[in-house]
Ligand binder design. Structure first.
Ligand code: 5GP
Ligand code: ZN
Length: 110
């Protein structure tokens, strides 16, 4: 979608190193981290937010949580604190569905 910052990152119109990439999603660090580890898990398909998730996204949601778990294990977060956050409404600033993985010490509310 035009003018969507995350679509531009996914299409590499804005250079960004990905921690992980598959056919359906990318993972990259948040530019303004709210915790020691703050990664964004972003579907490549432009889905505006929770309200645009349909039944056809069931498989994608499963893949997202499988990748979250892989990132949790890789970053040894199982014995530490971690959270997965999806913002909506006025709390959502980028209108392209994304999952925040926040690990370790919490710095600020997102
Ligand atoms: P939201 O408030 O929509 O849930 O979260 C959007 C997140 O995207 C924020 O935590 C913000 O710091 C992050 N963000 C916004 N623009 C960019 C960008 O250009 N690059 C990266 N890596 N993160 C961004
Ligand atoms: Zn987008």
């Amino acid at each position: 979608m035009d003018n969507c910052i995350f679509c531009k990152i996914i299409k590499k119109e804005i250079p960004k190193d990905f921690n992980y990439e598959s056919e359906n999603l990318v993972v990259f660090p948040d530019i303004n981290p709210s915790a020691d580890l703050h990664l964004l898990i972003v579907p490549k398909m432009h889905i505006g937010g929770i309200g645009e998730i349909g039944e056809e996204q069931t498989k994608l949601l499963g893949e997202i949580y499988a990748i979250v778990n892989k990132l949790v294990l890789e970053n040894k977060l199982t014995d530490d604190a971690y959270r997965v956050v999806v913002n909506g409404g006025k709390a959502q600033h980028v209108p392209h569905l994304h999952f925040h993985l926040l690990g370790g010490q919490w710095k600020k509310f997102i």
